[in-house]
Structures are given as structure tokens and as C-alpha cells.
Design a binder for this molecule. Sequence first.
Ligand code: HEC
Length: 448
Amino acid sequence: MWEYPIWEVPRLGGGMTIGLIATIHVLVAHFSVGAGFLLAIGETAGRKKQNLILLDFLKRFSKALILVGFVFGAITGVAIWFSISLASTRATSALIHTFVWFWATEWVFFLVEIVAGYAYYSTWDKVSEKTHLTLGWIYAIAAWMSLFWISGILAFMMTPGDWLETRNVWDGFLNPTFFPTVGLRTISSLAFAGLYAILIANLTGNWTREERTRLINFGAWFLAPLVLMLPFAAWYFVEMPPMARHFVQGGAAAMTLFFLFGIAASTLVGIYAYWGLIRYQRYVNLETSCLLLAIAIIATVSMEFVREGTRKPFVIYGYLYSNGLTVPEAGTVNSKGVVASAPWQVLSEGGSIDTPEKIGRLMYKVQCSQCHVQKGFNDLIPLIQYWGKDLLAFNLDRIHELKAFMPPLAGTPDERKALVDYLWELKTARESSEQRKVADNHEPDPQS
Ligand code: HEC
């Protein structure tokens, strides 16, 4: 039921807002996790071989980690909580209630990660080599553990698995896409750390070209696991719900293309790293390292987009629809009515929603505005531009069949009719304002 306010973000919509913030966060968080292994492995090797250049480089790298990883990571992490609790209140509540101890565990690791990371960064050359190295490994393991715990919850949203029947939290956590998610995210974390290392090797230090090449070569090792992206993505793919897989397999062209771009871009970077950087020890200049990083960012954004997009019409697959109704609730709203199921909205409208116009607007707000932003992202009006009113009414009753990304429309016959009238009104208003614009442009110019 719609017991919460609906967060309407102009142009973008709540979903895209979450998407934007979460994407930045994922990029930064992956870098922070991969950086742990890069530092710990690098320092272990550097101390053993007394490689002063590598150690000097790692010191600079750890500073970048604090500046970019920690500061940006923390800000965007808080912003995610802020945006999901506003835009997907029900889902956030369901995740917190289901996984409360899992979140707590994740936060403990996160705290250890932050403390160890700062300690590591600030104690270079100040504590014994052994202590410093231990701090590095604590950081690396804690950071990876936070990825591990969060992966279960993210994967749960795509494939809640047996949890749907048993409601057992471990069934939900160790769900079908959990292990492939951990694998994919680990690979991507290492790759981001490697790419960032190559960038830092270009940006800092008074190293000779040969020294830089060796540092780049060191960073490249962390890109090599990218060749495993393909098998892990295939594993993830077979575990996806059939409808989500259908979207990737051509059911939604955008999803298919993004998925292919994501996989192809990651694999190509991995192949380049292996042959170009590790086998033939090629040099990478600043521009090329930015380019590589940009390709990796595009690949990650594509994959995140696919993960979010193919989950439609659900937020938690098979349990909670994007519009905030659970599957059983969606069935009851047809007899109960949307107005009667939206107490908060009624309260915010001054206690009553009674005219057809108000009912139509409410219908739109609680069931469509999550994915269709007026005059913004996925605007509905252009999609129905050439439809007659009868077709609109006919189609809305079957929107979940028309496009499987959509939850079925809920509401009594009167409420459904109110939505049709409301949308029709919006469409005609938009058309006449556009006609007016065209007419204005055609007015004779007084000066000519
Ligand atoms: C979970 C997200 C989501 C929700 C909620 C949603 N839609 Fe959609 N809808 C989409 C997507 C995605 C498309 C595809 C857009 C495209 O093809 O460009 C779409 C397309 C449509 C189309 C065009 C269909 C066609 O065949 O061209 C209509 C009409 C539509 N939606 C109406 C609605 C109405 C009315 C509501 C509210 C009752 C609604 N949608 C709720 C995601 C959603």
C-alpha cells in the first residue's frame, strides 16, 4: 500500500536519481576495494625485493585512495541511503527488515576498512614495516568483506530465490546470483584499482620512462582478471529470472546492447592488459590511461544499467513491484481501490481525493511516476502521442502485457477511467501548446 510520500524529482525521476548516485558510488567503491589488494600485494612484493620505486608509488597511491575513495565514497554512500529511502521507501524498509544483521555486519567491516585505511595512509615510514603491512592487509580484507556482504543484498533484489517461499534470510542472502555477483564485482574492483594505478603512475613522481613502464606493468596485473568477466557474466546470466534474461536476449533492445557493450569493453581491456602490458610490457601514456579508465567506466555503467533495467517491473523480484506494491497487494487494490490504498497521499491532499481529475493524478503519481517523468525521463506523452482514446484505455488495462517492464495496472474501473481521462487531458494540452509554438514561429517577422 502507498503509505509513504512519493518523491518526484523533476526531469530525472527518483529511479534515475538513485541510478546516477549509485553509479558514481559503485565506481568509487570498486576502486576502494581493489586498491586494498593492490596496496597490500604491492607492499608485500616491494618490501621483499626492496623496490623503493614501487613503495614510493604505493604511498602516493594510498593518498589518492583517501582523497577519492574515502571522501567521494562516503558522500555518495550517504546519498544512496538518502535517495533510496525517499524514492523506494518500501523496498528500503523491506531490505532493512530482512537483512538487519547483514547490514550491521557490513557496516562493521566498513568501519574497520575506513579506520585501517586511514591508519595505513598516515603511518607510512612511521611504524615498523610489519605493522604497516598488517594494516594494509586488514584494510584489503575488510574492504573486500564489505563488498561480499553488500553483494548478497544487491543480488537478492534480482533473485530472492527460495526466500520467496521460506522467508529464511540465508536463503535470501545466498541466492542464485550471489556468487556470480561477488565474482563480477571483485574482478571489476581489481580492474579499477589497476587502471587507477596506471593513471597515478602517469600523473605523479619524477620517474624515468623505464621506471614508469614497470609501475604500469605492475598495475596491469590487476586488469588481467577481466578475462574472467565473460564466464562470470555467463553464470550470472543463466541464474537471472527468465523474464530478465529475455530482456537481455533481445526482449528489450537497449538491454541487449548495453549488456554486450559492457562485456565486450571489459574483455577487450583485459586482453589489452594481458598482451600489451604484461606480455609485451608496453608503455601507457596519460591520455591512453584516461581512455582506458573511461572505457571501464562505460562498461560498468552499462552493466549496472542492465542490472537495474532488467529487474523491472520489480524492485525485489517476484515480491515487490517498482510502484511499491507487493504482488499479493497488487491483486487486492482492484477491489479496494487506489484511493483507499493510499492513505498518505489522501492526507497530503487535505483529506480527500474525490474528483476524477484528482483521482487520475493520484493514479499516475503512485503507479506511473516512478518510471515516467512528465516532460522528463521516459516521458509518457510522446509514447501515446498517436494513440486514440479507446486504444489508450484498452492498452492501459494490459500494460504489463504490452511491455513486460511494467507492473499490471491496479484500480477500480472508475479509477482506471480517471487515469485515461487524466492522460488524455495531458496529451491534448501538450499538443495545443506545441501547435501554439509552431504558430508563433511562423508569424511573419515584422522587420522583413
Ligand atoms: C517499472 C517502470 C514502469 C512503470 C511503473 C510504468 N511504466 Fe510504462 N513503460 C516503462 C518502460 C521502460 C516503457 C518502454 C518505453 C519505451 O519503449 O521507450 C514503458 C512504456 C509505456 C507505454 C508505451 C507502450 C508502447 O507499447 O509503446 C505506455 C502507454 C506506458 N508505459 C504507460 C504507463 C502507465 C499508464 C503507467 C502507470 C499506470 C506506467 N506506464 C508505469 C516502464 C514503466
